[in-house]
Write a protein that binds this ligand. Structure first.
Ligand code: URP
Ligand code: ZN
Ligand code: ZN
Length: 485
């Protein structure tokens, strides 16, 4: 058998085991895995290296306008390059609908924005305007095109669709096998806190973390799970930041509910003290939900380890620390007028490897599950996320022993800061491939603008998870079946 590329002598890691062996690649696909493979137009020595599925970044904001009109600093070229340097072979950023926009127009816009991507990509929709046309025509068209997930917000006045809107979305998504993702924070609790803090003149960045209480997340996650239960639909809770929220997810999963969840490195690495840095520096660490405290970090790590979280995603939301981003409303703007979000697409996997695997909190297999395999399964990326014959050769070869300090230059993004600056991390993705093409090699970009392709995704995989539903929705659905038979 001949091969375009053979990766030899590496330790191949999957979500459920690892072994020493060689991987043969032809025309972008893995065609053989064996103890020893000879040949190969190119042979890559992976001795003393871990050979893992390329990361799938399932939560990133790229070339996206916020609801208040601020454009992210990264477009699909810089965002995909940064992702690749961080060990990712593909990503699923958001295509955001703002009120009044048609989903068809949104997708057309993001299709053209994504064209320069170096890595393969898909989109999650963000739906902020679930009108009848959106629910009945536009979303089903998007799902049929392989855009099989969408995010809704329970907070932000310009995005929050209310409980009724969520039920409508959950129900349409259920009918088409799509997955609803939710940003869960109680908008009224946050609004009330904002008014309390404003009345006291407490408007510097550190009050952002106070304004969005842990309870606001826990309440909203609980409500979102119950709404999903009523609609008998699967749910993915994004960027869980609290112990209470994680426990709600854990409880629902223990009951067999199709509830999935992620947390992000910022919630494992940073605390609200970071928002209290001198001057406006704290603005760099503002995201929603906000970062919490050291005790919460330990609880979240436990949930990472015990499987409450399916993935650890970056929530890369790059707004520069200048007048195009964080300081758009002035160098002393009150926290409600500072863009939420922070960069981290290149730091996600080095952080998770170092603080997770190297520190003994998770196994290499769990790293693979959290970085790629689970996202592929949940979001219907059937051709990626595992090293197996027939699948895309999306592979990252990691040196598990090199230690470096995080620098802005190593992020390769379009940002002017990284919140992880100076952290000492062990483990580096030395070679990253998308469909058999080396895109990053020992700190050099090898991938080309535009080589990434759109990934049409399958319906949500509910294996191992039964819907819970309610008596009332079951009765309604059985009457409906009777009426139409
Ligand atoms: O603060 C954040 N996380 N901004 C990005 C948008 C979002 O809600 O994920
Ligand atoms: Zn969010
Ligand atoms: Zn986000």
């Amino acid at each position: 058998m001949t091969f375009d590329t053979v990766i030899h002598d590496g330790t191949i890691v999957g979500a459920s085991g690892m072994f020493k062996g060689d991987i043969g690649i032809n025309e972008g696909r893995i065609t053989a895995i064996a103890e020893h493979l000879s040949g190969g137009t190119r042979r890559i020595d992976a001795g003393n290296r871990l050979v893992m599925p390329g990361g799938i970044e399932a939560h990133a904001h790229i070339a996206q306008e916020s609801a208040s009109g601020i454009m992210t600093a990264d477009d699909y070229l810089s965002g995909s390059i940064s992702a690749a340097f961080g060990g990712n072979s593909s990503f699923i950023p958001f295509a955001a609908q703002h009120r009044g926009q048609s989903i068809d127009d949104v997708i057309a816009t993001y299709d053209s924005r994504a064209a320069p991507s170096v890595i393969d990509y898909s989109f999650h929709l963000i739906v902020s305007d679930p009108s009848a046309e959106v629910l009945e025509d536009q979303l089903p068209r998007a799902f049929a095109r392989g855009i099989t997930s969408l995010k809704v917000f329970m907070t932000y006045d310009l995005l929050n669709i209310g409980d009724g809107g969520m039920l409508d979305i959950l129900s349409v998504a259920r009918a088409h096998g799509a997955l609803t993702m939710v940003h869960a924070e109680n908008n009224d609790m946050v609004g009330w806190m904002n008014r309390q803090l404003a009345a006291r003149g407490m408007t510097t960045p550190k009050y952002h973390a106070i304004s969005r209480p842990e309870l606001a997340e826990e309440e909203a996650i609980n409500r979102a799970i119950m709404l999903a239960q009523l609609a008998d639909a699967p749910l993915f809770v994004v960027h869980v930041s609290t112990a209470g929220g994680a426990e709600r997810v854990q409880r629902a999963r223990a009951q067999g509910a199709p509830v999935f969840a992620e947390t992000c490195p910022q919630y494992l690495a940073l605390t609200r003290d970071d928002l209290d840095r001198p001057g406006m520096e704290g603005a760099k660490f503002m995201c929603s939900p906000p970062v919490r405290d050291a005790a919460t970090q330990e609880v979240l790590w436990r949930h990472v380890r015990t499987g409450t979280f399916d993935s650890v995603s970056s929530d890369h939301a790059p707004y520069r620390y200048d007048e195009t981003g964080k300081l758009m409303n002035g160098a002393d703007a009150p926290y409600p007028k500072i863009a939420n979000g922070m960069p981290g697409i290149a730091a996600r996997l080095p952080f998770l490897f170092s603080e997770g695997v190297v520190r003994g909190r998770i196994t290499p297999e769990q790293f693979v599950a959290l970085s790629a395999t689970n996202a592929a399964r949940i979001f219907g990326v059937t051709q990626k996320g595992r090293i197996a014959p027939g699948l895309d050769a999306d592979i990252a070869i990691w040196n598990p022993e090199v230690t470096r300090r995080v620098t802005l230059a190593d992020q390769h993004d379009n940002m002017d800061y990284t919140p992880f600056e100076g952290m000492e991390l062990t483990g580096v993705p030395e070679i990253v491939m998308t469909r058999g093409q080396v895109i990053v090699e020992h700190g050099q970009l090898r991938g080309a603008e535009g080589q990434g392709r759109f990934i049409a995704r399958e319906r949500v995989d509910m294996r191992g998870r039964s819907g819970l539903g309610t008596k009332e929705t079951a009765l309604m659905h059985s009457d409906e079946a009777g009426a139409t038979s």
